[in-house]
Design a protein around this ligand. Sequence first.
Ligand SMILES: [Zn+2]
Length: 193
Amino acid sequence: MRSTTASRRWPRTEKCPLCGIGEVDTLDHYLPKAHFPLCAILPINLVPACMHCNHDKGPATSDSPGTQPLHPYFDRLGQGRWLVADVLPTTPVTVCSDVQARPEWSAALTARVQHHFTAYDLGSRYALKTGRHLAGRRHLHRQLLDIGPKPLRETLREEAESWTKPNPNAWETALYFALADSDWYLAEGLEED
Ligand SMILES: [Zn+2]
């Protein structure tokens, strides 16, 4: 599945289109070369990807429309938000992300996006990101909360809106909308440990 030529073709700062968090350092064969050798060097069959996603996808082929992998060049999910998150009342704070199907999506596309989210382990990978991120923001959020919950909520919502501009479905976008909507986070979630 892996090609060593990727690092010469994409800068390491390029984000993986399959997860949005990893750095591109390999090429994924959309149609696995083990099953489709004639497509092994077809440009549209080569998707820049991070090592994690390339490994997770593996050589398996789909056996139903709902498990067909998303192709970042050809599948269009629209501009609306579909990645959502929920803040769980735990210490430290847990933020779970999930797919919320868009009304314009077909049943098959919905199944494929949900399959993509699971197959690439995006829930766990985003949870790791949000956990580290919140640990670094905790002090700032507590300072804002000392002024009052309203300034903190407004700041969280501004962060969410700002992240929406470059990517309405970034984990940061989902995180900040979820925090801004969480009464628990603006109270008990920021209490002293
Ligand atoms: Zn990736």
